[in-house]
Design a protein around this ligand. Structure first.
Ligand SMILES: Nc1ncnc2c1ncn2[C@@H]1O[C@H](COP(=O)(O)OP(=O)(O)OP(=O)(O)O)[C@@H](O)[C@H]1O
Ligand SMILES: [Mg+2]
Length: 260
């Protein structure tokens, strides 16, 4: 694991663009300024954990990266390409940027394996049989191949979230965004989802993870970004952030998290 904060990564990153690059990105909801001059580069293969108090803009940042929320000014690029505004290019971007939410958002009336094949068949134009083969491999990988023909409601929360991860991976994304993927889970199911995410990180996936799981942040993250009031207030290694937070807001946040 790299210990560099902004991480030059391997030698190939010298010639290839960062996987995610935000330049002076601003986002407003009406008068509310929720992302303030965000400048962020995530090299490929890096795992970034985003921390911060409620309302600091963590979800909005994730949603801006796959353009579920358009920004008002500045720019965001994924793998060297500016985010497309609409149409086929936007669908392709969404396929490249996998997203996993707190609520699993599986299609309730489709089986688990159907949930995983749907996107590749529709968006990636993969044949049904090939999509199914890949889906079964992915379900195997996240440990729920035996649940393939069940419906989401028949699975535990942890299994549903792993299905959601498999569904995102089926699109062969370049980057994965996780927005509090374990927050809706019963405690005993948190670890199985974190283990799935850790193995994904070990395989070199570029990941942006909003989470309150400090153990995951310490173990799996190359970098911690701390947000407050729409700004990136700290950007450092996990070791640095947890042992030596610089801002009062980060100290205050850590005090609350670690003592609650
Ligand atoms: N669709 C929306 N319309 C108006 N305001 C919004 C909308 N979505 C978010 N906001 C506001 O933008 C700010 C940032 O919200 P965001 O959801 O990004 O925070 P967060 O850091 O993810 O918080 P949490 O930890 O509670 O999930 C908040 O003040 C929120 O109320
Ligand atoms: Mg949020």
């Amino acid at each position: 694991m790299s210990t560099e904060a902004s991480g030059s990564g391997d030698a190939s990153t010298a010639t290839t663009p960062p996987m995610i690059k935000a330049v002076s990105a601003d986002k407003y909801f009406g008068d509310l300024h929720v992302l303030k001059d965000i400048n962020l580069e995530v090299p490929r293969g890096q795992v970034v954990v985003v921390l911060g108090p409620s309302g600091s803009g963590k979800s909005t940042l994730c949603r801006a990266i796959n353009r579920l929320e358009p920004i008002n000014s500045g720019s965001i690029e994924v793998d060297g390409e500016p985010l497309p505004a609409e149409g086929k290019a936007l669908a392709a971007l969404r396929a490249d940027v996998g997203m996993v939410f707190q609520q699993f958002n599986l299609f309730a009336h489709k089986s688990i394996v159907e949930n995983v094949t749907l996107g590749p068949v529709k968006v990636r134009k993969i044949s049904q049989s090939e999509a199914r083969t890949t889906a079964m491999e992915l379900l195997e990988r996240v440990g729920i191949a035996d649940q393939a023909d069940k419906y989401p409601a028949q699975l535990s929360g942890g299994q549903q979230q792993r299905a959601a991860i498999a569904r995102a991976l089926a699109m062969k994304p370049k980057v994965m965004l996780f927005d509090e993927p374990t927050s809706a889970l019963d405690p005993e199911m948190v670890q199985e989802v974190l283990d799935t995410m850790t193995s994904l990180a070990d395989e070199g996936m570029t990941m942006v993870v909003v989470t309150h799981e400090m153990g995951f942040a310490r173990r799996a993250a190359h970098r911690v970004i701390f947000m407050a009031d729409g700004e990136v207030v700290e950007d450092s290694t996990p070791e640095d952030f947890f042992s030596n937070p610089k801002s009062d807001r980060a100290k205050d946040f850590l005090g609350k998290i670690l003592t609650h």
